[in-house]
Design a protein around this ligand. Structure first.
Ligand code: PMP
Length: 408
């Protein structure tokens, strides 16, 4: 029997040779187990997960109700038919529970497997429903990495290697009232995150959000809210659009929805969603969308989220984080609820602090579009003593950085 470290070395070697990487510097931690707010590594270390698998594990890892729902569904059936043909109890139960949380027009759920696939469906729905082709997105937005979603993602550095992308896409500056006049009668849809996540945790003004809604209504363009990252309690309400007092025509969801299982959805009105049934029938289909095990997990996860009032808890822990994280090396802590970004003064400081926090057992994250912003997105269920432990390690490392700067 090889010892533990030899086994780990073999695993790392196979990871390097056979599993595709997305950068030259993956974190490369070997996770043995995850429970609540903790990840447990092969070397025995316990890590506080302060990014929740990028806003997925809002209930913490392996919530017992979610695990139980998965087990029960596994014992009944796995995949049985392409999405939309059979009546599958977990899909119906979850769609009904979700619809009950949403305002009246948003009552029909089209299930997918991921966030980007939800946005693909929403864009196609808007084009077919309006008969228009023009798509409008915002600078520094992120909507996913498949061709359609990437086409409306507002960062050229991620688009350029893959051109040509979809034609007839216009980008407007985010949170800019004057720019909204570019939304016109040729526009099929406008897609935006209510709070930009990868773009640097940017919260727009309520005034702008209302004007955006009004402009879309005026010209007959569908308004799509991508709540893939903001949804399911992360920002202090079940959905971020509630905090702005506007309702989109289409809502896209994923990440935390599946309670740790892969699941996405786009949600719209009965009238708009009916577009995908005809001319031709089956004009948008997916094999695995709304997998029954994922839907069973999602039903349990949403039930727990509501029963344990986790959206309100997101607001509480967000306030606690903001109160605690005050330091000369922090420029700003911004965001809503427990979707926060801590902007540090410089890139090298950010890299060192994030690296040292990880060595001391706190996993912090980055956002795709910024070098100085640290993502803070702990599970909404994180116990206060664990939250405080993580915050004191972060502050400790900021103090150390300051000391070293003074000395150096
Ligand atoms: N939209 C937003 C706002 C996201 O944050 C993400 C993922 N970071 C996506 C879409 C894409 O989701 P997925 O990775 O599941 O395709």
């Amino acid at each position: 029997m090889p010892d533990v470290s030899a086994r780990s070395a073999t695993l790392r070697d196979q990871f390097a040779r056979h599993v595709a990487w997305t950068s030259d510097t993956p974190l490369g931690l070997t996770v043995e187990r995850a429970e609540g707010p903790f990840l447990y590594l092969d070397d025995g270390r316990r890590i506080i997960d302060f990014i929740s698998g990028i806003a997925v594990s809002s209930l913490g890892h392996r919530h017992p109700r979610v695990v139980e729902a998965i087990k029960q569904q596994v014992d009944r059936h796995l995949h049985v038919m392409v999405y939309g043909e059979f009546i599958q109890r977990p899909q119906v139960a979850f769609a009904s529970l979700l619809a009950a949380q949403l305002p009246p027009p948003l009552q029909v759920v089209y299930f997918t497997m991921s966030g980007t696939e939800a946005n693909e469906g929403a864009l196609k729905l808007a084009k077919k429903y309006t008969g228009r082709t023009r798509l409008i997105g915002f600078e520094r937005s992120y909507h996913g990495d498949t061709h359609g979603s990437l086409s409306v993602t507002g960062r050229a550095v991620y688009q350029d290697p893959f051109r040509p992308l979809l034609p007839d896409v216009t980008f407007l500056p985010f949170d800019d009232l004057a720019a909204l006049s570019a939304i016109d009668e040729e526009t099929a849809c406008v897609i935006t995150e209510p709070i930009q996540g990868e773009g640097g945790i940017r919260v727009p003004s309520e005034r702008w959000m209302r004007a955006l809604r009004q402009r879309c209504t005026e010209v007959g363009a569908l308004l799509i809210f991508d709540e893939i990252q903001t949804g399911f309690g992360r920002t202090g309400r079940l959905f971020a659009f509630e905090t702005f007092g506007v309702v989109p025509d289409v809502l896209t969801l994923a990440k935390a929805m599946g309670g740790g299982m892969p699941l996405g959805a786009f949600v719209s009105s009965p009238e708009i969603m009916a577009t995908l049934r005809t001319d031709p029938p089956l004009s948008h289909v997916t094999t695995f969308g709304g997998h029954p095990v994922s839907c069973a997990a999602a039903h349990a996860a949403l039930s727990v989220l509501l029963e344990e009032r986790l959206p309100a808890r997101a607001a509480e822990i967000g306030q606690r984080i903001r109160r605690t994280l005050r330091h000369p090396l922090i420029r700003e802590v911004r965001g809503r609820g427990a979707m926060l970004g801590m902007e540090l003064v410089r890139r090298d400081v950010t890299e060192r602090v994030v690296g040292r926090c990880l060595e001391r057992g706190v996993l912090l994250g980055w956002t795709l579009h910024s070098d100085t912003l640290v993502r803070l997105a702990p599970p909404l269920s994180i116990p206060l003593d664990v939250l405080d432990e993580a915050l004191s390690i972060i502050l400790d490392e900021l103090n150390r950085e300051e000391r070293e700067q003074d000395e150096g």
